[in-house]
Design a protein around this ligand. Structure first.
Ligand SMILES: [Zn+2]
Length: 399
């Protein structure tokens, strides 16, 4: 099972310069390959006898010319340009499969990262060894035991982190406390409501920080380009972005850990996050709450503990169905927080009722597993390796 541990690095000045150069090299190679790809694609449209662009060919092409044209590339690990181009190949694969947008050029400040294959770095205690650089201190030791697969080094604001992916032999955590099921209703008002009646608020700090974020980005736009003040304002903004991301990630991890620790089977709605993000009013709130990220965490943590996430079809009327008697409402306004069931007279809290319905589907999906496929609104997810960011996902192996 693949797991990733993100560890903050503690480089000295010389090392930080190297990391920036390696990230710059990766970015340059990625952008070079992307523009070559576009050129070669146009060329082969005009002349079909020419070969279509491919990441492997582009890597060979760069290897042929880098000594002459980009000698500074040789100062950093060869992985920096190589894997960046492989990642471009992966990005095109995702694009052609309809999973992602057309690859964009990487930008300085936003895409400062490079990846190392497992034969190109080593970890001992609180140090990581990077080619042509040596040992760099880490803030903590690697949490997981197993075969180290790859490492991705990235800058966030003014800090460097290494995300180290490990193929663990054992699940890193014990199984869930018991075999019971829970339904989780994701919402705007509360981040999540459980079928037990518990609600999890989103992190409150976020709102004030978002106000400050708006103010800082306005301040940045007023600074003169190329000025020292602008550099300073930019760093301040980047730090705030990192802080907001940390708070959000932290709250989602606490929530997903609590749910997967206590429950074996977890029913959640299979939200169409893409579609919801298109809705401009809801977009901000939903993006903030990180529904997609929460589902991702629930899935891999449940898999760690031998549990299971049951995705309930998003057309399943979880809010409109009475969890007591299965009476189904014709319609339910978005602002209706409670409703009284005309069938049995129960007073239903909108979110708790929905969560109970989701739990019921999750529970019944056990029964239908023997009864036949495709019946009912549930779709079970098999336990699978922890999903990672797509870029660290590519297999890397160099001789
Ligand atoms: Zn009822």
């Amino acid at each position: 099972m693949l797991v990733t541990h993100r560890i903050r690095l503690d480089p000295n000045n010389v090392q930080a310069t190297y990391l920036a150069l390696a990230a710059g090299t990766a970015r340059f190679a990625y952008n070079w390959a992307l523009s070559e790809w576009q050129k070669q694609y146009e060329a082969c449209k005009a002349d079909p006898t020419l070969a279509k662009p491919s990441e492997a060919a582009l890597r060979r092409q760069l290897n042929r010319i880098k000594r002459e044209q980009y000698p500074w590339m040789l100062e950093v690990t060869k992985n920096a340009p190589q894997i960046a181009i492989m990642q471009l190949g992966r990005a095109f694969e995702n694009f052609f499969a309809g999973r992602a947008r057309y690859p964009r050029f990487r930008r300085k400040g936003r895409d400062d990262r490079f990846t190392l294959s497992n034969d190109q770095f080593r970890i001992e205690g609180r140090h990581i060894r990077i080619p042509k650089l040596g040992w760099v201190r880490m803030w903590e030791t690697l949490r997981f035991a197993g075969k180290v697969v790859s490492a991705s080094v990235a800058r966030v604001a003014d800090h460097w982190y290494a995300s180290i992916t490990v193929d663990t032999f054992d699940p890193p955590v014990p199984p869930a406390d018991n075999q019971s099921a829970v339904g989780v209703d994701l919402g705007i008002k509360a981040l999540a409501t459980l079928s037990t009646g518990e609600t999890f608020e989103g992190p409150k700090a976020l709102r004030t920080l978002l106000t400050r974020l708006r103010r800082l980005s306005r301040a940045l736009s007023r600074k003169v380009k190329g000025s020292r003040n602008r550099v300073r304002a930019k760093l301040r903004l980047a730090r705030l972005h990192a802080r907001i991301a940390n708070i959000r990630r932290d709250s989602l991890h606490k929530l997903s850990a609590s749910i997967t620790r206590r429950f074996h089977k977890i029913g959640i709605e299979d939200l169409n996050v893409k579609g919801m993000l298109g809705n401009r009013h809801l977009a901000r709130a939903i993006a903030d709450m990180g529904f997609y990220e929460l589902r991702r965490q629930l899935e891999y943590k449940a898999a760690w503990r031998g549990g299971q996430v049951v995705l309930v079809d998003r057309w399943f009327p979880s809010s409109k169905l009475c969890s007591c008697c299965s009476y189904r409402l014709e319609s339910l306004g978005l602002d209706m927080r409670h409703w009284t069931c005309p069938g049995c007279g129960a007073l239903n809290d909108r979110d708790v009722n929905a969560a109970i319905n989701l739990r019921n589907v999750a529970v019944s999906s056990t029964a239908s597993a023997c009864g036949g496929e495709g019946a009912g609104p549930a779709r079970e997810r098999e336990a699978k390796p922890a999903p990672m960011k797509q870029e660290s996902n590519c297999k890397v192996n160099f001789g």
